[in-house]
Design a protein around this ligand. Structure first.
Ligand code: TPP
Length: 345
């Protein structure tokens, strides 16, 4: 069942009429598909929060609620074989890249069927099949690694693009400048996406950077840049799509600053008292999920919305059951991944 938070934000779709509705335009069908992905991410995150509160999930848990349009819009602009790397706030991006909700929830539950065999947890969503090259816990650390992935694509001439997501807190870290500088110098097929959600833990951007327009950092490296709000998932797809096209066709990198907001604290242990309720409400009133849903309802797609929300609830129930009933990793995995196997020497 959807939580009170989701249901309060999303009013029920109007009752299904008897007359057959005209077939929606391809653009509306596409918006419905993206809305389903955003709704799935939000519901997975709500269930993760619930599992954490119940003590079923250990370690850290950084939720993506509020930022869904960034992952869904950006990944809609990719080809399936393209690569993605991100931070510890990785659940939404992993799902948008195609990871099964069951593999994600099982990983959170520390189960052997999780995407990282239950050994990584929330911050380490990795999915080789879908080219999701992981969430990383050290701020900024994956930015040079992502440049390396893009270098490999250029060297192999495989035509793939890498998307590298990070928060605005990473932009003052040395690794950001190392990765971005080399990508510009070597003209790598990569798009750097700064998800500016205004806070790095409890520190607002205005207290950590002298220039608040993050995209201006691109100028110092002679790199293309863009900057926009993530209220409209289709606009995110379009704008990231332009950067992806440049990367694929001209092998030039872009720094994109996407303005967004997280509705929850930094992690589950953060009550987010550094911001006012009014500020939070202001951002919630621009919730990208609500916006996409309103467009769909206004265009007469109420029955479709109802159907897809129901199908998400079924997927979530199946995924939760899978995570709950899966076995924990055995001691044999511990030895194999520590003393033998591919990393042993
Ligand atoms: C190198 C390093 N320094 C500090 C930390 C502790 N830390 C974890 S998350 C975080 C804030 C990062 O904020 P931001 O990059 O804006 O991403 P967001 O959490 O907002 O998505 C910090 C300082 C860390 N993980 N790595």
């Amino acid at each position: 069942m959807a939580t009170a938070e989701t249901m309060a934000a999303l009013s029920p779709p109007p009752a299904v009429g008897v007359a057959a509705a005209p077939r929606p335009s391809p653009e509306l069908e596409h918006l419905a598909k993206l809305y389903r992905q955003m709704f799935l991410i939000r519901r997975v995150e709500e269930e993760s929060a619930r599992g954490y509160a119940q003590g079923k999930i250990g370690g850290f848990l950084h939720l993506y609620i509020g930022q869904e349009a960034v992952a869904v819009g950006a990944l809609a602009a990719l080809e399936p074989d393209d690569y993605v790397m991100t931070t510890y706030r990785d659940h939404g991006i992993a799902l948008a890249k195609g990871m099964a909700p069951g593999a994600l929830l099982a990983e959170l539950y520390g189960k052997a069927t999780g995407c990282s065999k239950g050994l990584g947890g929330s911050m380490h969503m990795f999915d080789k099949e879908h080219h999701m090259l992981g969430g990383y816990g050290i701020v900024g650390s994956h930015i040079p690694l992502a440049a390396g992935v893009a270098f490999a694509s250029k060297y192999r001439e495989d035509g793939r693009v890498t998307l590298c997501f990070f928060g605005e807190g990473a932009v003052s870290i040395g690794a950001f400048h190392e990765g971005v500088g080399l990508a510009a110098l070597w003209k790598l097929p990569i798009v750097f996406i700064c998800e500016n959600n205004e806070y790095a833990m409890g520190t607002p951007l205005s207290r950590s950077m002298s220039v608040e327009d993050v995209s201006l950092k691109a100028l110092g490296y002679g790199m293309d840049r863009d900057r926009f709000f993530a209220d409209d998932v289709l606009e995110v797809e379009r704008r990231i799509g332009e950067a992806v096209k440049r990367a694929r066709e001209q092998s030039t990198p872009t720094l994109v600053e996407v303005r967004t907001y997280r509705f929850r604290g930094h992690s589950m242990s953060d009550p987010a008292k550094y911001r006012t309720p009014a500020e939070l409400e202001e951002h919630k009133s621009r919730d990208p999920l609500h916006r996409a849903r309103t467009v769909l309802l206004e265009q007469g797609l109420g029955p479709k919305v109802e159907e897809l929300e129901k199908s998400v609830e079924t997927d979530i129930a199946d995924a939760l059951k899978f995570a709950e009933t899966s076995p924990e990793p055995g001691l044999d995995v511990l030895e194999e991944t520590t003393y033998s196997g591919p990393f042993a020497y």
